[in-house]
Design a protein around this ligand. Structure first.
Ligand code: ATP
Length: 653
């Protein structure tokens, strides 16, 4: 739920201080002691001047100063005492300031850690629909810049505010011990400052929001460009990309300069108030000295106090700047942290009960945008252990259909059952560990081949470090390696992995960039196999693999597919032929279903695509053109279907 009000956002930001409460108390304690000693040190400086003034009267002592200062003559004892006190206070100020800084930094870093952990954890949990709406660049920016803005503000708001309060309060008290009038008059600029800051806050927030949105776009352009570097280079569009970035960088700079100008106009006004009140107070103090109501040392105290007060009050503009940025950042961060799960898990959710992996789609309707359904009233049922091939034109909804099976999205209407249980009623983890995917685009992590294959079951590798004496447990290590290798062999990956420089311990480049498309795909298949899922989904998984390797994988997969339901989205008829059930999806609806042979006998999309591909399996002597071969196969299939229909009509008639 979005937090609209600034007060709500403030409360929310301060909730991050909960885990570091102890450190905050400690930092506040050092800070209070430090400010206390600083005020006392200023007072001691004033007193030292007053004492020196008295000492100057006794001129006789000047020639033997060191002897005189250690004696008790002419006020030397008083001066000595005040100098000792001043030295002690200055030393204490230095030490306390150091202690305050250390606990402040520690608190700051721990707070970043907790917020970052919360953001990262949330990003792991939000649904796909969330990622569909917020770009990678925006998310990266929120997880880095926005988080720092919130941290910086919370930090200053707690410590700097306390420091300002204590310094202003402490020095006003000190001034009051000298002259109530001076103390009261030093407060005159405060209401003026408050009014000006509040007025400024309203104006500056839209400017800060504009900078952040422009920065999001900046990061998006950079991340997309880096991710798509191969496309950029292949199309030689570096120049165009640079222009695109430069244009946006100019826009970003404009927004930043506008914001800087706003703050730059704000600060001098604050300084003007500070300097004029400082000057008036000094003039007043001089008059009081002439009238004998203040002593010369008091001017040092007044000078020190006014410098400290106005110096700290100028920090209000720093807090204000941080506050304005933090409010905008907090709103963006809150959007991420409060994002509702797009696939809610019921409190009564339980693990998916054991079963063979039977799948039922019961009148399922789904659209990424609910007003534009991608799947319309889809119903089918598959007993466990079967191979289901899904075919259909591009954009028909094939991938969407299998994604619903793992609850990446929830349908707007209808139910999906696995072994008779509605997947909306079971724990999300239990369904996701039971449905393993091999996607068309393989994502591998910058890790070893072994870790990538064991990704779904990291504990089999972690068990290496979990052995009792802390040393690698050779038995579990061998078992883990055995499982990884077995999966790799089945996916026909073992052979090429063995040839990598360090075999299964070879580190892969980012996204597996050091491997070919087919090799990446084979590792992805091994990764799916090792998690021993009840349902296996191959979403165009063998598209990047040559037909010979595909055939080998298919043979190997026969063992893996045994005992589990497999959904295959494929375009190669050779893959589809082995399915127990073929579902043809067109425009979000199942238009045909049956076995390959049954569908070959029906007019329709399947017959067309099958015919178009079958020429590849036929030895053709006269090498006709591609189109002619396709047309010939379609014509043959149509003739066959026509004669069957006539036969049936004849029989019926
Ligand atoms: P292909 O064979 O090309 O992979 P497909 O049959 O698997 O296609 P889907 O990927 O399921 O098709 O897409 C079905 C429709 O849903 C398409 O119109 C597509 O543009 C749309 N679509 C897919 N993913 C999203 C998404 N994340 N957000 C919005 N629309 C989407």
């Amino acid at each position: 739920m979005p937090l609209a009000g600034n007060a709500e956002l403030l409360r929310w930001m301060f909730s991050f201080t909960r885990p570091v409460k102890g450190l905050i108390v400690l930092a506040c304690l050092w800070l209070s002691l430090w400010v206390g000693t600083e005020v006392l040190a200023t007072r001691a400086s004033g007193e030292a001047i007053t004492q020196i003034q008295k000492v100057q009267i006794s001129r006789a002592a000047v020639p033997a100063f060191s002897k005189w200062i250690m004696g008790a003559e002419g006020g030397a004892g008083d001066l000595r005492r005040v100098v000792y006190m001043l030295t002690l206070l200055i030393l204490a100020t230095v030490v306390l300031r150091y202690l305050k800084e250390v606990s402040n930094m520690k608190m700051s870093m721990e707070m970043v850690y907790y917020i970052r952990e919360a953001v990262y954890d949330k990003l792991q949990r939000v649904g796909f629909a969330f990622h569909d709406t917020i770009s990678t660049g925006q998310l990266i920016n929120r997880a880095l810049t926005d988080l720092q803005n919130v941290r910086a503000f919370v930090n200053s708001a707690v410590l700097l505010t306390l420091e300002i309060g204590l310094v202003v309060g402490g020095y006003i008290l000190l001034l009051m011990t000298r002259s109530t009038w001076v103390a009261v008059l030093s407060l005159v600029p405060l209401p003026l400052w408050t009014w000006y800051i509040l007025r400024f806050s309203k104006k500056v927030q839209p400017a800060i929001q504009a900078v952040m949105t422009a920065d999001d776009k900046n990061v998006s352009i950079i991340t997309e460009n880096i991710a798509g570097v191969h496309v950029v280079k292949a199309f030689a569009t570096q120049g165009h990309e640079t222009d695109k970035y430069n244009a946006h960088a100019d826009y970003f700079l404009d927004r930043v300069l506008f914001r800087i100008r706003m703050f730059a106009n704000f600060a001098p006004f604050m300084r003007l108030i500070a300097i004029s009140s400082n000057l008036s107070l000094f003039m007043l103090a001089s008059i009081f000295i002439l009238l004998g109501k203040l002593q010369a040392g008091d001017i040092i105290i007044l000078g020190g106090a006014m410098n400290a007060i106005l110096g700290r009050l100028q920090q209000v503009s720093v807090i204000n700047e941080q506050y304005q940025s933090a409010i905008v950042s907090a709103r963006r961060l809150h959007e991420v942290l409060s994002a509702r799960p797009t696939v809610p898990v019921k409190e009564s959710a339980r693990p998916l009960p054991e079963g063979p992996g039977g799948v039922t789609f019961d009148h399922v309707t789904f659209g990424y945008d609910p007003s534009r359904p991608v799947l319309k009233d889809v119903s089918f049922s598959v007993p466990g252990g079967q191979i289901v091939a899904i075919v259909g034109p591009t954009g028909a909804g094939k991938s969407t259909m299998v994604q619903l099976l793992g609850r990446f999205y929830d349908p707007q209407e209808g139910r999906i059952l696995v072994d008779g249980v509605d997947i909306a009623d079971v724990a999300l983890d239990s369904i996701r560990t039971q449905v393993a995917y091999v996607f068309q685009e393989t994502y591998l992590f910058s890790d070893t081949v072994e870790a990538n294959i064991a990704y779904g079951r990291p504990h089999i590798l972690n068990s290496k470090v979990l052995s009792e004496d802390g040393s690698p447990d050779s038995e579990s290590l061998a078992m883990a390696s055995g499982e990884v290798e077995a999966a790799s062999r089945l996916a026909q990956a073992h052979e090429f992995v063995e040839q990598l420089p360090k075999g299964y311990q070879t580190m892969l480049g980012e996204r597996g960039s050091s491997l070919s498309g087919g090799q990446k795909q084979r590792l992805a298949i091994a990764r799916a196999i090792i998690s021993n899922p009840r349902i296996l989904v191959l979403d165009d998984a063998t598209a990047a693999i040559d037909s010979q390797t595909e055939e080998m994988i298919r043979k190997g997969m026969k063992f893996v597919m045994r005992g589990r339901t497999t959904f295959v989205i494929a375009h190669r008829i050779s893959t589809v032929k082995q399915a127990d059930l073929v579902l043809v999806i067109e425009n979000g609806q199942i238009t045909q279903s049956g076995t390959h042979n049954q569908l070959m006998e029906q007019r329709g999309h399947y017959q067309q695509i099958a015919a178009a591909q079958l020429y590849g399996d036929i030895e053709v002597e006269d090498q006709p053109s591609h189109m002619k071969r396709v047309q010939r196969e379609v014509a043959k299939a149509e003739v066959a279907a026509g004669s069957r229909e006539r036969g049936q009509t004849g029989e019926n008639g």
